[in-house]
Write a protein that binds this ligand. Structure first.
Ligand code: IFM
Length: 454
């Protein structure tokens, strides 16, 4: 199978995970700068102060993207690098960095896909209440305007928020991520609502101020539920489970996606969370549900479901010894079939996989290469399932592999290596792994190198 002309094979990264230069050129503090300094928060007390030093080495990194033949590069902007206090004065040096990066990408023939926010929230705004402050959606919209006015003559593809499930849920509920808060569910739901409003307002800003026709999306986590068999009853059970809201956490797909794509919170979210739900202003849902151009989704793994005796969804465990990544995430390639299929069915927008990949314990071999056969197999299986979804009629426009190079994996520090390029964090030397050469071949043949979907 050949992927369609114009299908974007890319890689994704995020500012705090690769840039470093945490205290340079007028950048303001982010919640991640402060969280890492707290102690006991990140593996071995590591931080993203230097990370991959991409801020200084971006030319070399774009050269690597060109060598691999990437069609698109998804990266995020550091809000406090651009507006150190979160609102107000703009830091020209910070904005200039992204300006040069965009130029470099375009010169290399790599299309920039910009994510406005991938977790490095301005610390100054956190001190003013952060996502709990009712003004937070406007702060985000103001920041979006600064960026759009500067970059939209060259950037056409935009994503607003990356994985609100994580920066709200892990950041404000479990406290595992920055800012490290453990708040009650009512406050967390209020912060979630503000983040969705921020998304909607940013879309309005892009549409109103972009200098070229924009293609806009959102990049939530998509956690697929997959039928345990081809029995239509199991398929229906998986579909129901995929969009149900029933846990005491923030992982439910529909909680985040329905407001954005359908203009309403799912009815079971309202009944399930009841009085914990925030007050929803009269025009809030209309603001949140701005028309989007694609359904971006980050998917790494899924879980199986069957129809129970009463027809209701029942979880099905995986067999003993089922494959698992270094991060201890189950390897379930069918997630890239059922996820896109169910999401497309419900939200009717072209799908872009905005992240997919796996962590492993890679190191440089005696021969100087990095032989990550397991990652190649993971990617191969996932791309074949995505191709199968496309053959079954799902409109998929792109695939962004997470990630270009090993980087700072949040609370796990540099322990979890997700890259197709190996980063030596001492010398900052980059080494293309076998998976990078494999991906290059996949891109060059527009997927033919994968063989037929199976
Ligand atoms: O590294 C993260 C990324 O920042 C968001 N999505 C999941 C990746 C792997 O954990």
């Amino acid at each position: 199978m050949r992927f369609p002309d114009g299908f974007v094979f890319g890689c994704a990264t995020a500012s705090y995970q690769i840039e470093g230069a945490a205290y340079e050129d007028g950048k303001g503090l982010s919640v991640w700068d402060m969280f890492c300094r707290k102690g006991g928060t990140v593996w071995q007390g590591q931080n993203g102060d230097v990370a991959c030093d991409h801020y200084h080495r971006y030319r070399e990194d774009v050269g690597i993207m060109k060598q691999i033949g990437l069609k698109g590069y998804r990266f995020s902007l550091s809000w406090p690098r651009i507006i150190p206090e979160g609102t107000g004065a703009v830091n020209e040096a910070g904005l200039g960095f992204y300006d040069r990066l965009v130029d470099e990408l375009l010169a290399a023939g790599v299309e920039p896909f910009v994510t406005l926010f991938h977790w490095d929230y301005p610390y100054e705004l956190y001190c003013r209440g952060g996502w709990l402050n009712p003004s937070s959606p406007d702060w985000f919209a103001d920041y979006a305007r600064v960026v759009v006015e500067r970059l939209s003559d060259r950037v056409r593809h935009w994503m607003t928020l990356n994985e609100p499930q994580c920066f709200i849920g892990l950041g404000h509920y479990t406290g595992k991520h920055a800012p490290g808060d453990q708040r009650g569910l009512a406050e967390v739901l209020r912060a979630a609502h503000h983040s969705l409003l921020a998304h909607g307002k940013a879309v309005q800003v892009i549409r109103a101020h972009a200098k070229t026709k924009s293609v806009i999306g959102f990049a939530p986590v998509g956690a697929p539920r997959m039928p345990a068999s081809d029995d239509p009853a199991d398929i229906e059970a998986a579909r129901q489970a995929m969009f149900a809201v029933n846990g005491q956490d923030l992982w439910a797909n529909a909680f985040w996606m329905d407001p954005v794509f359908l203009g309403q919170y799912p009815p079971d979210a309202l009944s399930h969370f009841g009085s914990l739900m925030p007050k929803i202003g009269g025009s809030d849902l209309a603001t949140i549900a701005q028309p989007l151009d694609f359904f971006g989704v980050n998917t790494y793994s899924g879980s199986f479901v069957k129809a129970g005796a009463d027809g209701k969804p029942e979880s099905v465990g995986l067999p003993l010894g089922h494959p698992i990544t270094a991060f201890k995430w189950w390897v379930t390639p069918e997630a890239l079939y059922w996820g896109p299929r169910f999401f497309y069915e419900r939200y009717r927008l072209p799908v872009i996989i905005t992240e997919n990949g796996m962590s492993d314990t890679d190191w440089v071999g005696l021969d100087g290469g990095v032989h990550d056969a397991t990652r190649v197999d993971y990617l191969h299986r996932h791309l074949l399932q995505l191709a199968r979804a496309m053959q079954d009629g799902v409109d998929v426009r792109g695939y962004f592999l997470w990630t270009l190079m090993d980087n700072f994996e949040w609370a796990e520090g540099v322990k979890e290596r997700f890259g197709i390029v190996y980063t030596d964090f001492v010398t900052q030397q980059r080494v293309l792994k076998d998976s990078a050469y494999w991906y290059k071949e996949v891109i060059a043949t527009r997927g033919e190198a994968l063989g037929e979907p199976r």
